[in-house]
Design a protein around this ligand. Structure first.
Ligand SMILES: [Fe+2]
Length: 287
């Protein structure tokens, strides 16, 4: 019979210290080196009972919270854009925070985003960090990259013989958040998608009955612990709208976890994401 050797007190403490150190080092390496660039393509089917036939199967790709900076590299963004293009979306929708704080990253970010491909165009709103860096410069750079920037504005595009309306409300924290102006003149009986960087005003925005709201801002909390959830979400609702799909009456809202990060430069349990939505007409609501 094999004898189990017992550790004395000193050996036990030493083994415990090494185990903790290794786990800590592994966890830190994972959260700083691996997960921040481990992008997940989140495919989401959105079912609407009254979806116009012309929008059946339409694909929308959302990117959010890129935060190009010292800790989010241009090469990482380039890989994300390549992944996005491989998904061949019909429309690209961008929900803000392209930059964290430094103006020098604005042209680099725009140069990379100019490679996005979508037959029906790319549309964007700004986030709080874009304003805290330089809102006008970010808008100009995005426009030069061929992206339509919407600031309390809307636009109508034609998908086959069907109207689709894309609306963009200005940022809640750093812009002039004006839902009334954004929705004014848009027909309620047409499919309307609202880009809204910060999800905090979901209740208010859903009162205008858009079919879909796309948000970001939260980064999913950036660090989410098992059995606990995100440890800190920048929202007055706490973790309520940290990430994922929400529904209020006829309106669905999706909160994207973002691609980049802000300090501390860690992601844990909240992988960066590219969201790809497909619209379907179904009697079940939602899918
Ligand atoms: Fe952000």
């Amino acid at each position: 019979m094999r004898r189990v050797q017992r550790l004395n007190r000193r050996q036990f403490i030493r083994a415990l210290a090494w185990t903790s150190f290794s786990l800590g080092l592994g966890g830190t390496s994972y959260a700083t080196l691996w997960e921040p660039s481990w992008v997940k393509v989140q495919k989401i089917k959105l079912a609407y009972p009254d979806l116009p036939p012309g929008l059946e199967g339409l694909t929308l790709l959302q990117l959010s919270d890129i935060h190009l900076s010292r800790v989010v590299s241009r090469s990482y963004l380039r890989q994300c854009i390549q992944m996005a293009n491989q998904l061949k979306p019909d429309i690209v929708l961008l929900t803000g925070d392209y930059i964290t704080r430094q103006k020098k990253y604005i042209p680099l970010m725009a140069e990379e985003l100019s490679h996005l491909k979508s037959p029906l165009g790319s549309y964007a709103v700004l986030g709080n960090h874009d304003y805290w860096t330089h809102g006008p410069m970010v808008k100009t750079a995005l426009r030069k990259a061929g992206i339509h920037v919407l600031t309390n504005q809307h636009t109508q595009i034609q998908v086959k013989d069907t109207e689709l309306w894309i609306l963009g409300v200005d940022d809640l924290w750093a812009g002039i958040f004006d839902l009334e102006k954004t929705f004014h003149g848009t027909p309620e009986d047409r499919f309307r998608i609202l880009l809204m960087h910060n999800p905090d005003e979901f209740e208010k925005a859903s009162g205008y009955n858009p079919n879909l709201i796309l948000s970001g801002h939260t980064h999913g909390g950036q660090v989410s612990l098992p059995y606990y959830g995100p440890i800190l979400t920048p929202s007055r609702h706490g973790n309520l709208y940290a990430s994922g799909l929400f529904k209020k009456e006829e309106t669905l809202m999706y909160v994207n976890r973002g691609l980049g990060l802000i300090s501390p430069p860690v992601r844990m349990g909240v992988r960066p994401e590219i969201s790809l939505f497909t619209l379907h007409r179904e009697t079940r609501y939602p899918a």
